[in-house]
Design a protein. Structure first.
Length: 256
């Protein structure tokens, strides 16, 4: 076979090979979680605003945790935890944060509380169902839904990216994945928030990330033995109390 014939044969072989199959269901490349920032905070307030919002959400999670036993009691109908009750307790917990809050921060707190209450109101039928134990309502579910409502209201992104996420809403981006790797390598004693600025398109954003560590009530789903199915048929993660389970991630648009 001449060199020319061999080259033509090679070209024919390449063109006859099947094209690599499209990966169906993969995340589209590029883009950002938000592109329309209704709320922008002064650059000088970005750090304290992100910290306050993160602490506020963590406070709400703890309030919800306190009712976890009632949520799974099949003999109990009305749990006594209406949106109004939740809002009252949350506002009381946030009083220290309001002492030095700026007008901008107070306005955002009101929108955060509104979003959190909306989610609690939406879940009343679920949590008050009698005769059923596990109702798939826990602090992580509230936070996930609240974050989406709050983002719709403000353009501020609050999410809880997971070490082994169970909801597509909690898929970590590159920065969040790097933050989790940092906390895992650093061990239980490293809880200092990671802060940075970034560009989401033409918009400068301030990013705040801090670890969410596994609490004892979370062990039945995320503890040991690793790989065993939990109550909702996810495989357990094999983690221990204090291990990193995810992040509290807050991203705020800034203005000069």
């Amino acid at each position: 076979m001449t060199a020319r014939a061999a080259a033509l044969a090679a070209i024919f072989l390449l063109t006859s090979l099947p094209v690599a199959a499209e990966q169906v269901g993969a995340r589209a490349k590029g883009g950002f979680p938000e592109s329309f920032f209704l709320e922008k905070v002064p650059r000088a307030e970005a750090k304290s605003t992100a910290e306050k919002l993160a602490r506020a959400v963590i406070a709400a999670r703890l309030i919800i945790f306190a009712y976890a036993g009632k949520f799974v009691d099949p003999n109990l109908g009305d749990k006594g935890f209406s949106g109004e009750v939740f809002e009252t307790q949350w506002r009381a917990a946030l009083e220290p944060e309001l002492i030095d809050a700026t007008p901008n921060q107070k306005r955002l707190f009101e929108k955060l509380i509104w979003a959190g209450r909306q989610v609690m109101d939406n879940n009343q039928d679920r949590i008050n169902t009698k005769g059923v134990g596990w109702k798939n309502f826990l602090p992580a579910k509230w936070e996930r839904e609240m974050g989406q409502v709050f983002t719709a209201k403000t353009g501020i992104v609050i999410k809880q990216p997971g070490r082994a996420y169970r909801s597509p809403v909690n898929v970590p981006d590159d920065a969040e994945r790097a933050a989790m790797e940092h906390y895992i390598k650093a061990g239980h004693g490293e809880n200092k928030p990671l802060m940075s600025t970034a560009q989401w398109g033409k918009q400068t954003v301030y990013r705040h990330m801090e670890p969410i560590r596994l609490m004892p009530p979370c062990l039945p789903c995320h503890g040991k033995p690793k790989g065993e199915l939990d109550i909702v048929n996810f495989e357990k993660d094999g983690l221990e109390t204090g291990d990193l389970i995810g992040l509290m991630s807050v991203t705020i648009a800034v203005k000069d």
